[in-house]
Ligand binder design. Structure first.
Ligand SMILES: [Zn+2]
Length: 268
């Protein structure tokens, strides 16, 4: 088996053959890349071996050196060939260097879950536009108050006893916040207000949720963040999404702006 095709962080550094596509021969003069439905290209001396080098791991200068060294019978212009292959849809050009926009923070109990998020969201931003905060059990509210005051969009993800709660996604000044959620929960159970200050205590809680639920919650969290970064409205903006272990167990609830909450001052 070939090694992992890209950098240690999974980043594509150079031209990459359409992921999952086989390089096949249709006839003496024609190659086919992939089968769904596949792209046919006219064969050229050495082209098949050049295609097999396109695993995304080699930036163009290194690729050119590898082709010159390992495929001497390939005498076409490599850049022109790659341009045609990209235009045909057989090869993906390396993406522009992404600017990190998201930071993932977590408590001592949730480092594994946070790693899933980082795998999906990329390297952490130094000055994030969005922060994802993961905790086992209810998180300390003081952290979120700071983010609201700083105007940084943030998404709390709470790994609870039996479910994962994602949200409310907070865009300060435009949506409800965790304080608004506390106000809502206090309206159902007045004692909730007495519990909230106790969330400030640091603790180490075992996470007993099934791996399938954690994977689903990580994927949903990444979806929510990417949706906001695309300029769209994520479903958890001003809402909570509780995911349970059973298939289809998803409960989306609105968190209304609480009149007494400090976030209302920003919206005013
Ligand atoms: Zn609020």
């Amino acid at each position: 088996m070939p090694s992992d095709s890209s950098s240690p962080a999974g980043r594509v550094l150079g031209p990459q053959l359409l992921p999952g596509a086989l390089v096949l021969r249709r006839d003496a003069r024609t190659l086919q890349i992939g089968t769904g439905p596949g792209v046919t290209i006219r064969d050229r001396p050495g082209l098949g071996r050049v295609l097999r080098l396109l695993d995304g791991s080699l930036p163009l200068p290194l690729l050119a050196r590898a082709v010159a060294r390992d495929v001497p019978d390939f005498t076409d212009d490599l850049t022109d060939t790659l341009t045609r292959l990209v235009a045909a849809g057989a090869v993906i050009a390396p993406p522009a260097e992404p600017v990190p926009r998201v930071a993932v923070r977590h408590d001592r109990s949730t480092s594994q879950f946070a790693r899933l998020l980082r795998d999906g969201l990329g390297p952490p931003a130094i000055e994030p536009e969005v922060e994802v905060l993961v905790s086992a059990g209810e998180p300390a509210r003081s952290t979120f108050e700071v983010l609201v005051a700083a105007g940084i969009a943030h998404l709390p993800v709470v790994l609870g006893e039996g479910r994962v709660r994602i949200g409310p996604f907070v865009v300060p000044g435009t949506s409800s916040c965790l304080g608004c959620l506390d106000a809502l929960l206090t309206s159902f159970d007045p004692a909730w207000a007495a519990l909230v200050p106790q969330f400030e205590r640091t603790r180490l809680l075992p996470v007993g949720l099934p791996p399938r639920l954690l994977l689903q919650a990580a994927a949903e969290t990444i979806n929510q963040v990417e949706c906001l970064l695309r300029g769209q409205r994520p479903s958890t903006l001003g809402r909570t999404l509780a995911l349970g272990p059973e298939h289809g167990d998803a409960d989306l609830r609105a968190v209304p702006l609480a009149g007494a909450c400090s976030c209302g001052l920003l919206a005013a």
